[in-house]
Design a protein around this ligand. Structure first.
Ligand code: FUL
Length: 447
């Protein structure tokens, strides 16, 4: 098949109507540097570990004895090496889950590693975790559950707020830079039968003050929002902008809340991209009877397409066993997943020219007709997110064929298409909130 000449290609590209000029100059939210760096990580590993690992439960009740916390071969470097091998650039650990047991020696409670047999009561898992992150070049994040079933002051709201802020202060002042602070919205009743009222503005203000470069995750951000499910699937429409009045605080429910979490809001006034959290196993914590229920390599690769490939970031949970090590099966699956993704995305189809314009369709002509199976689109999100509806077309012979259509693009939009031999690819924008910035288009061979 003959390839197109430059003139023919430009003529073909130019044959489509110009983009609608929409609200040029109108102001739209853009990401902060911290939000940009967070998104570019693409993959982070989540580490759920604590007393639940030893009781075979998902939620402890706060009555666990610290004496059960006894990993006999804990190696935080093994977790970090695995994260690197998986291609993750960051990790988030659970220093305290809903049971209240603290993985660092805190002055706020005796319910911690200091009362456990691990390392003779001298251990500090947050230290080992953050040191290992640094040694392997990974960014460290921390999850501090506000719901605490052990703290006697829980639900005595002002006292618990103080207690919780003291814990946050320890975590954010002792261990160097923390890139993400993860706030879960779970909110149970305390010993007095009342529900704790969390002082979110105070917690968020404290994090800003102590770690100004960290992004804060919760249903309500303020920097990064939950994607609305734990299956690993971001919305096909996924704006990084949201209307902050729809989800003003964590833990809210309702159809409109869930829609806004999953899809964001086209006319949102704040930049709050969605994080997709899911586990490699059915549970968040390790359970012996789930060793044969680890996600397959196909499944893990699929997650990349339904999260990163839909303008999200994937936070993939991989829980250590009672030995304090990641299980061989999980390690093998993650390594194989990375090999598959590297093979898939390692060799973009070479292009002869990549005429990119904000006025017409963006596209690229291949050096030679090539069979492709994946198309990747990227907006320059440094200047915001603009595309609201688009189509992807490939050139076969002298005719353009549509191979995909969708709404938002954002940081990255991936299309898996039926393998097709083509000589060029282009994206046509049908609707945008502002004249789009150039869209980068890359194509890859089928898997
Ligand atoms: C949830 C928690 O209740 C789960 O145990 C887990 O930590 C998950 C990531 O967040 O809300």
């Amino acid at each position: 098949m003959a390839t197109l000449s430059r003139r023919e290609l430009l003529a073909a590209l130019g044959a489509l109507p110009l983009l609608p000029r929409l609200g040029r100059g109108a102001s739209r939210p853009i990401p902060t540097v911290s939000q940009l760096l967070w998104q570019r990580d693409e993959l982070a590993l989540f580490i759920h570990f604590g007393v639940n690992t030893f009781t075979d439960r998902e939620w402890g009740d706060g009555r666990e004895s610290p004496s059960i916390f006894a990993p006999d071969a804990l190696d935080a470097r093994q977790w970090a090496r695995t994260a690197r091998a998986a291609g993750a650039r960051a990790r988030v650990l659970t220093p305290k889950h809903h049971d209240g047991f603290c993985l660092w020696p805190t002055a706020t409670t005796r319910h911690s590693v200091a009362s456990s047999p691990w390392r003779g009561g001298q251990g500090d898992l947050v230290r080992e975790f953050t040191d290992a992150c640094r040694a392997e070049g990974l960014r460290a994040g921390l999850y501090l559950s506000p719901w605490d079933q052990n703290a006697p002051v829980y639900s005595d709201s002002p006292r618990y707020d103080r207690f919780y802020c003291d814990q946050l202060t320890e975590l954010l002042t002792r261990y160097g830079p923390i890139h993400e602070v993860w706030f879960d919205g779970a909110n149970g009743e305390g010993p007095n039968g009342k529900r704790q009222v969390y002082d979110w503005p105070r917690y968020w203000g404290l994090v800003r003050q102590l770690q100004p470069e960290a992004v804060m995750f919760s249903d309500a951000g303020p920097d990064v929002r939950w994607i609305g499910n734990e299956r690993g699937v971001a919305g096909e429409t996924n704006w990084s902008t949201v209307d902050p009045t729809i989800v003003p605080r964590p833990g809210m429910t309702g159809d409109e809340v869930m829609r806004s979490l999953t899809e964001g809001d086209r006319d949102g006034t704040v930049w709050r991209p969605g994080e997709t959290d899911t586990s490699i196993r059915p549970g968040w914590f390790w359970h012996p009877d789930q060793d044969d229920k680890v996600r397959s390599v196909d499944d893990l690769v699929e997650l990349h397409f339904t999260s990163v490939g839909r303008n999200s970031k994937l936070l993939l949970n991989v829980p250590p066993t009672r030995h304090g090590l990641l299980h061989d099966t999980d390690v093998a699956r993650l390594t194989a997943m990375r090999a598959r993704l590297d093979a898939q995305f390692g060799r973009p189809v070479p292009v002869r020219e990549a005429p990119i314009t904000t006025e017409g369709p963006a596209g690229a002509t291949f050096e030679r007709p090539t069979t492709i199976g994946v198309v990747e689109l990227r907006e320059e999100i440094e200047s915001g997110q603009r595309v609201a509806r688009h189509r992807v077309e490939v050139l076969r012979g002298t005719t353009w064929h549509e191979v995909g259509r969708g709404t938002t693009i954002g940081y990255k939009r991936l299309y898996r298409i039926d393998p097709v031999r083509a000589s060029a690819v282009r994206v046509h924008v049908d609707d945008a909130v502002l004249s789009p910035r150039p869209i980068a288009v890359a194509s890859y061979p089928p898997a």
